[in-house]
Design a protein around this ligand. Structure first.
Ligand SMILES: [Zn+2]
Ligand SMILES: [Zn+2]
Length: 372
């Protein structure tokens, strides 16, 4: 580690005033709000640490004694200085960046959550949606600097740019050095004399942003999509948070969903159920043709392969499952009634009997759907 006097560019005999002046000069040059270069930030930390030590008479004395006495074992008052350093390490440097470094004005923006409603047909193949998001965006006037045009942040006079106020607290073990964020600059190390009028010195403004989002096939209600860096921009132009989209798939009156399968019910006339037929009906993704076999019963399931929802994970699609409901004719004219009676006389059926318990067709259909 570099010598504290060399870091500040002063003689070992420098007066407290000379040390303070040297530090102020370097802080104006190296403070992160003024100088964006990464090596400047590193140097600023070193400079601030050197100043913290040399500006405190007791710590300076300890430092001048050299590193051969890790706990200030030389006895006398100097010993407590060593303990003070240890306590500071244990208790941390309070809020802010720690180690005497000021905290940055740039903060990561907040994550945002948006609910998006989609229709069942949208999730079969996925859909692109235009979304309006009320969010925070970078202030174009100051471009995140928070300062009015033509002005800039200046090093805080109270903490001289460290963002920390050091204080000695007496305890049974002697003086303990504690540091807390500077109240004048709120720990930033700089103050902004002329805040940007557009954003009131925040570096960002609220705005409505329109964005186009691809909602993948197969999403279901409750799924959260994470869009990285699409959340709010941070204070002072800090990095964006993430945007989360919470999906809600709207109820459909005719089609429902079971995992990757789509379920529907078809009403078939008694005659078609008895004699069989070929049907073509409009499904969510276009026409679908299938056969009703002769002798089809109510609650039978017809499975159309690969006409369900595209799988969110993996490949391929689920199936379309069609439950059959045979419709018994209710209004017959005299001729029709006669025909049915003739049919009944020639077609021998066993007398009615109690079959396996079922709570109506709807339940039976549902149970079959779920067990398939
Ligand atoms: Zn601004
Ligand atoms: Zn300050």
């Amino acid at each position: 580690m570099a010598d504290h006097y060399e870091v500040l560019g002063v003689e070992r005999t420098a007066s407290p005033d000379e040390i303070k002046k040297a530090y102020r000069r370097l802080a104006r040059e190296l403070h992160p709000d003024v100088n964006a270069a990464p090596e400047a930030s590193e140097r600023f930390k070193d400079v601030t640490h050197a100043y913290d030590v040399l500006s405190d008479p007791r710590q300076r004395e300890q430092y001048d004694l050299g590193p051969s006495q890790p706990f200030g074992g030389g006895g006398g008052q100097g010993g407590f200085g060593g303990f003070g350093d240890i306590f500071e390490t244990f208790f941390g440097a309070g809020g802010g960046g720690g180690n005497g470094a000021p905290r940055s004005r740039k903060e990561r923006g907040a994550d945002a959550l948006l609910r998006v409603e989609v229709e069942l047909q949208d999730v079969i193949f996925g859909v692109t949606r235009e979304l309006e998001v009320n969010t925070a965006v970078l202030c174009e006037t100051c471009e995140g600097s928070c300062c009015a045009p033509g002005t800039r942040a200046v090093v805080c006079d109270i903490c001289h740019g460290s963002g920390q106020i050091q204080r000695a607290v007496r305890s049974l073990l002697g003086n303990i050095m504690t540091s807390s964020p500077c109240g004048t600059c709120r720990g930033y190390g700089t103050v902004i004399p002329n805040p940007c009028p557009t954003c009131a010195g925040q570096g960002r403004v609220r705005a409505t942003r329109t964005m186009s989002v691809d909602i993948p096939a197969g999403v279901d209600t409750g799924v959260r999509l994470q869009l990285q860096n699409q959340g709010e921009v941070g204070q002072a132009g800090g990095p964006n948070g993430d945007l989360f989209l919470e999906i809600k798939v709207n109820h459909h009156d005719i089609f429902s969903r079971n995992g990757d399968d789509i379920l529907a019910t078809i009403e078939v006339s008694m005659v078609d159920a008895v004699l069989g037929t070929k049907l073509t009906v409009e499904a969510l993704d276009g026409e679908v043709g299938f056969e009703i076999k002769p002798g089809t019963q109510s609650a039978e399931i017809i499975t159309i392969k690969d006409r369900g929802v595209t799988k969110l994970r993996g490949t391929g699609r689920g199936d379309l499952k069609i439950g059959v409901q045979v419709m018994t004719p209710t209004k017959l004219n005299g001729k029709e009634k006669e025909i049915i009676q003739i049919f009944g006389a020639t077609h021998k059926t066993p007398p009615p009997y109690f079959a396996t318990f079922q709570q109506g067709l709807f339940t039976k259909l549902r149970d079959r759907f779920l067990n398939l």
